[in-house]
Ligand binder design. Sequence first.
Ligand SMILES: [Ca+2]
Ligand SMILES: [Ca+2]
Length: 341
Amino acid sequence: MNRVLSVLLPSLLLAACGQQAQVPSAPASEAPSAGTIRAQATGYWVSGTYSNAYGARYYRLWVPAGYDGATARPMMVMLHGCTQDGYDFAAGTRMNTIADARNFLVLYPEQGTAYNGYDCWNWFYDVNQHRGSGEPSLIAGMISWVKSNYRVDSARVGVAGLSAGAAMANIMGCTYPDHIRKVAASAGIMYRGATTASGATSTQSSGSIYDPNERGTSCSNEMGSARRVIPTLLFHGTSDSTVSITNTHQTAAQWAQANDLAYDGLDDGDIDNTADATVTGTACRSYTRYDYKNSVTGATVLQKYVISGLGHAWSGGSTAGSYSDPCGPDASTLVANFFGF
Ligand SMILES: [Ca+2]
Ligand SMILES: [Ca+2]
């Protein structure tokens, strides 16, 4: 209930002060003609609640400026970190600005403090680590809802997350590869990196006690008949004191194994956890990017950015949102590029 109040209160206060002009108008009235859309070059929010047997969650959908309902567009699913919500994550990542420029939908599922005191996705409970269950089923349900109400290019749907949202992004890739074709995880934790709340705390600080190779096999098994290669993009700062970078190294190994199995059904190392190329660069912060390729096709399946001096934050974002660092490689653009949006 606190969540409902916190969402409603700002509008009520504004209305009470006679400042209705500052309250965003309803989406329907913001859907102008195509010509007007180009003139203002900004999209609009659609908010709602999705519920199933596992509960209810808010979602915020950004409909980009150029969306016309006639052409199927890609969709980015953005999973916020602890203490964040969809609006905050949008502001900190500037993803909607890129969405307007490139014409893709952005879906922000929201957790809420009713379900976790710090507003974190509960990635560390078994109920939330399987298809058709818990929080992944709620997020997948939202994706299905958008697909049935908007023109979405199903072959271009990707999920990106920060911290607990990144841990959940990895889960979504393993549990719903029919929906999710690519994953981006910033300061995240591998699939089933922890299975208890106390395990989550120790995993955050020093890495998972579980074998990433086994978790990759577990991820592949979870995919079942929907098994497919899920190209994955990873980011982690060397000065992150909240989530150990060990977790991102483990995540790379987990996805290398899941994708090794998904590619041809064989655990034969055509995709493995040894980088095939290393690129260094500077974009405000210096970074090293590790590329992992399919040795048969040469396709890049994984990329891992290790960013010097970045803390627990989205790289290259905006201080208009929390947990965002304006310096460093522009993670939002890199994600959109990697997803082919
Ligand atoms: Ca293989
Ligand atoms: Ca292998």
